[in-house]
Design a binder for this molecule. Structure first.
Ligand code: SF4
Length: 449
């Protein structure tokens, strides 16, 4: 496929789900840019519409079908335009997507999106729908071009897939086994980002804390953080999301040692009850998790710790649910992503007989959210009167205020000139609510870098 063949053509992409999917979409745009497609935010003018899907929850999958129904009308109005579906739903459903939605032109999976230009060309040449799903990633992971949608903070995928088999999770089925990128290719990518003035990178993986165990020689995320810390003018470094079992002391020490590594740990616990954790096959118990929290807080008392929690897991009793509530209060999480259990195909828990009724899951979720919000509010109040280094990301919603994040990933809104967007500034914290902080710029010209 040559770029001239597609000159002037436009691609519209919609991304559901996690940061990994958002990062994959940026790479899809990069691949398509090289063959002449430019990105549009107006679906009506698109020659190629891509839906990058997520299968983590039942609702997310339903959303795919409802979006595609609407996209069929855009396709009708723009003859010659194509619809492509990628991501986790595509990986799982494959040709069923075309059986159910015959106007879909291309279905590709999570392991072969780097072949997108060739696949599109094949559809253009034959005029026939195409399904290509690979079961594993290629041995030599190609470095794909990228069109980044944010010019301050960048996603960098460092490991793909997951070797765990949590009994509720479809990720290992659709994303395969763990496969780390080489440290050299990551350092090179991050060096290039730093050279063009990116102020923050977030290292991504379904299990980012397992980074490097499959490389020869074996390394870990701590080695990578230290190597990134050596890059001249390196900005902030974050990482998301990991498994508690793989969060080693060496990784925690590296966060403490490397000045650019942010004191922010997202460590999904999923439940605060040992029997539930065992049935989820998480591979740790509450005491183990608390030790991880102690290991972080004994080294970095002000580090933020956030988590993921599922309520209404099959067989979860009221008492077990209350253990989760007690644990949230005891640990004092800075924030939690919460969800009601959603049965997924290909997972053992989906077939267990003791499913919790929807209304009960809803009640537990509402109660948990209220507790999480109260606990987060308390955490945020600790910031009152402190001075925080904020990376300014843009404007807050439709207001004139600026918005940015602390090193600990707290959102801070404050008055200031637009020229500060993309800069590190110091802000005094003046108010705290459960979700965000308010502040006052300390000295307008006091830029940290
Ligand atoms: S560790 Fe995370 S991604 Fe892996 S199976 Fe468990 S929940 Fe899914």
């Amino acid at each position: 496929m040559t770029a001239s063949q597609n000159a002037g053509k436009k691609v519209y992409i919609e991304t559901f789900g996690c940061q990994m999917n958002k990062s994959d979409s940026e790479h899809m745009l990069g691949l398509l840019d090289e063959v002449g497609f430019s990105k549009t935010d107006d679906i009506k003018s698109a020659d190629l519409m891509i839906l990058n899907t997520c299968a983590i929850r039942e609702g997310a999958e339903d959303k795919v079908y409802s979006y595609l129904g609407a996209w069929a009308r855009y396709k009708q109005k723009r003859p010659g335009s194509l619809i492509a579906v990628g991501g986790c739903v595509a990986q799982d459903a494959g040709s069923q997507l075309i059986d159910r939605m015959p106007y879909v032109d291309l279905v590709f999976g999570t392991h072969n999106f780097h072949r997108l230009p060739e696949l599109i060309e094949q559809v253009q040449d034959t005029g026939k729908p195409l399904v290509e799903i690979a079961q594993t990633l290629p041995d030599d992971l190609p470095d794909t071009p990228v069109v980044r949608l944010n010019d301050i903070s960048a996603w960098v995928s460092i490991i793909y897939g997951c070797d765990y088999n949590c009994t509720y999770c479809i990720v290992p089925y659709v994303r395969g086994r763990e496969k780390s990128r080489s440290i050299d290719s990551i350092v090179q990518e991050v060096s290039e980002l730093t050279a063009i003035n990116y102020k923050e990178v977030t290292l991504l993986g379904q299990n980012v804390t397992a980074y490097g165990h499959d490389l020869d020689p074996k390394i870990n995320l701590g080695h990578l953080l230290r190597a990134l810390g050596e890059i001249p003018n390196m900005g902030r470094i974050r990482f998301l999301t990991g498994h508690p079992r793989d969060l080693s002391i060496d990784i925690i020490d590296a966060v403490k040692e490397v000045p650019q590594a942010c004191e922010y740990f997202h460590i999904p616990i999923q439940a605060g009850d040992n029997r539930t954790l065992r049935r989820m096959a998480r591979g740790y118990n509450i005491d183990f998790y608390k030790r991880k929290v102690d290991e972080i807080r004994s080294r970095m008392p002000d580090a933020a710790i956030t988590s993921d929690l599922i309520v209404g897991f099959p067989g979860e009793t009221e008492e077990e649910f209350m253990n989760t509530i007690r644990l949230v209060e005891e640990i004092g999480f800075d924030a939690c992503n919460t969800a009601a259990y959603s049965p997924r195909n290909h997972t053992p828990a989906a077939n267990w007989p003791d499913q919790i009724p929807e209304f009960e899951k809803g009640e537990r979720l509402r109660f948990l959210n209220a507790v999480v919000s109260e606990v987060s509010h308390k955490c945020n109040q600790r910031y009152l009167g402190t001075s925080q280094e904020i990376l300014v990301e843009g404007k807050s919603g439709r207001s004139e205020r600026l918005t940015g994040r602390t090193r600990t990933n707290k959102i801070v809104n404050f008055e200031g000139p637009d020229v500060l967007i993309g800069q590190l500034v110091n802000v005094s914290i003046t108010a705290a609510n459960p979700w965000a902080l308010r502040g006052a710029l300390k000295i307008e010209a006091e830029l940290c870098h």
